[in-house]
Design a protein around this ligand. Structure first.
Ligand code: ADP
Length: 563
């Protein structure tokens, strides 16, 4: 074959479009049946058919592997290999980076050698094309990756936007929740304030009712009807006091005046306060409280605890069934039990019975009454004392058992004697200025004081009181605190400036230790809570103003629960 023909074929082979035809032409020209043009792939180092050639794949098998292996070396290689089902002679003309396989026929050494001389011309072109193809492939791969990553970015962006949206919704929900909880807190605070105000407002009208009743008793104008009125007013007062206590508990303002308190005194006072109810319902009461057991406590509040439990023991039992109040030492504390033979406690309610407003199922008549406050107050007061309280149904028959545990103290109890049930205040004289914007309360209290021998003037506001004081020169002034315009504290200052010796007594609906301290700081010598314990008020006035020579009973019995 002539060299120019070979070069023309090689030129055509370098053009992918003419490659299949040129392969056939070159094979024929060299006397072969077919040819395959191979190029070395730089990445894997193996000979692969060039793209766009007549054959894109080669058969496998050991002969082909051996031929292709040897064909990587420059020179001529001959081998019989299987081709289209027959062992066929193949001549490989190899130069650096490529090889031309001539299949079948009879290729002379001379032609093969000529080809070998010029084949490097084609080798450089094929290598360049192969690199370009790889580069195109890599570019396509890069493009694909870019497309993928931008799709990923878009997906991420979408997810981020969704997350932002979810976060925004969460934020809105959190803000709504916050606002709802603020509103709920605000509503709870408003409710507590309302309950406190309601308590004070309900207490105010009770004051003149008690005063009038005591005046009637004092005058000997007492009847069975008055007994009923007194009992009902007392019941009302207890409910109002419970409401006030619940408001104090809710606002954390329930405070104790702690001192060593003798338990037998506490028990006796509680029994005294429920005596009318126990008597009316005919309960035999078993009282077993050993002497010399004392706790560090607020006597008035501990009496309230036992009173609430005893009242319940009676309310939730049939008349005539027995009730017991028993105390005993237990390790470093004291256990006080209130037992009854009544309806008992539903086991399902044992965990909640001390919660506010919690009540057991009851008949439609609600014969027992009540607001569900008593046990909540009991638990709170007991906890403030460092103690505990539990309820259970009795195991030895019907009825309930309430057990209060309080820590014991070894100190001597103070002998702050219980309020006497009967007292004999002395007849008195002296000028008293009485200031209260509740006209009925002022009028009825003035009647009592006048009947005790005092000379009383009434005012319903501060400026009028100051005017009267200038002319009347009272020895004592009893001042309501919640007066319109000038309040009781301010009025106390005005009165004190015009008379150094005036005895100032506060008479108010606010009876917390802080209220007492505030009154003392404002110059008051004494502080009484409405409805006032008339006997105690008279004793206070007498101690300061009264003559002690003429004995006369002003009040036969104090209002239970007052003061
Ligand atoms: P109230 O008696 O005003 O309803 P309490 O807080 O004192 O409120 O009592 C809550 C509830 O506990 C009562 O309504 C009653 O159902 C139940 N309870 C209290 N004491 C007893 C008792 N001794 N026996 C049976 N049930 C009781």
């Amino acid at each position: 074959m002539l060299l120019p023909d070979v070069i023309a074929c090689l030129t055509a082979l370098s053009d992918p479009g003419q490659r299949p035809g040129a392969e056939r032409a070159l094979a024929r020209a060299l006397g072969a049946d077919d040819m395959v043009l191979l190029v070395v792939d730089p990445e894997i180092g193996a000979l692969l058919p060039v793209p766009d050639g007549r054959h894109s794949t080669l058969p496998g098998g050991p002969q082909w592997r051996s031929l292709l292996d040897r064909s990587k070396a420059t020179g001529l290689h001959r081998e019989f290999v299987p081709w289209q089902g027959m062992a066929t002679r193949v001549v490989a003309c190899s130069v650096r980076g490529m090889s031309a396989l001539f299949i079948g026929g009879d290729v002379s050494d001379a032609d093969a050698t000529v080809l070998l001389g010029v084949l490097p011309l084609l080798g450089a072109t094929l290598s360049a094309q192969h690199q370009a193809a790889i580069a195109r492939g890599e570019l396509a791969a890069a493009k694909y990756e870019l497309t993928q990553s931008s799709a990923l970015m878009r997906a991420l962006d979408h997810t981020r936007r969704e997350m932002d949206e979810a976060l925004r919704k969460l934020d809105t929900q959190a803000r709504t929740l916050e606002a709802t909880s603020r509103r709920a807190q605000e509503a709870a605070r408003a409710k507590d304030e309302f309950v406190a105000m309601l308590g004070h407002e309900l207490r105010n009208p009770l004051a003149p009712i008690f005063t009038v009743l005591q005046l009637l008793r004092q005058r000997g104008e007492w009847s069975a009807e008055h007994d009923i009125m007194y009992r009902q007013a007392e019941h009302m007062l207890r409910l109002v006091d419970d409401l006030l206590d619940v408001a104090r508990i809710a606002s954390g303002k329930l405070t104790l005046q702690l001192e060593p308190a003798a338990l037998d005194t506490v028990a006796t006072r509680a029994v005294e306060s429920v005596a009318p109810l126990i008597e009316q319902r005919g309960h035999p009461l078993h009282l077993d409280v050993p002497a010399r057991l004392s706790v560090l406590g607020d006597t008035r509040r501990l009496v309230q605890v036992l009173t609430n439990l005893l009242v319940n023991a009676s309310k939730y039992s049939d008349p005539g069934t027995p009730i017991a109040l028993v105390a005993r030492r237990s390790d470093d504390g004291v256990e006080i039990e209130v037992l009854d033979r009544g309806i008992g406690i539903d086991p399902k309610k044992l965990g909640t019975i001390f919660d506010l407003f919690e009540q057991q199922k009851r008949g439609i008549d609600r014969a027992e009454g009540g607001l569900g406050l008593g046990l909540a107050i009991v638990r709170n007061v007991v906890h403030l004392h460092g103690g505990s309280v539990r309820a259970e149904s009795r195991k030895d028959g019907p009825g309930s058992r309430f057990v209060v545990w309080l820590p014991l103290v070894e100190a001597e109890p103070s002998h702050d004697s219980p309020m006497p049930l009967t007292a004999v205040p002395r007849a008195a004289h002296g000028r008293i200025l009485l200031v209260d914007d509740n006209v009925d309360a002022a009028t009825t209290l003035a009647m009592v004081l006048e009947s005790a021998g005092y000379d009383v003037r009434i005012a319903h506001d501060g400026p009028t009181a100051a005017d009267i004081a200038r002319q009347f020169d009272p020895a004592a002034a009893i001042l309501d605190i919640g007066l319109p315009g000038m309040d009781g504290y301010e009025l106390a200052g005005v009165l004190r400036r015009s008379s150094e010796s005036i005895h100032l007594i506060a008479l108010t609906g606010y009876g917390q230790p802080t209220d007492r301290r505030k009154a003392m700081r404002a110059g008051f010598a004494a502080h009484f809570v409405k409805p006032v314990d008339l006997e105690a008020l008279c004793l206070e006035l007498n101690g300061r103003l009264g003559r002690t020579s003429e004995a006369k009973s002003v009040v036969d019995a104090p209002p239970a629960g007052a003061g």
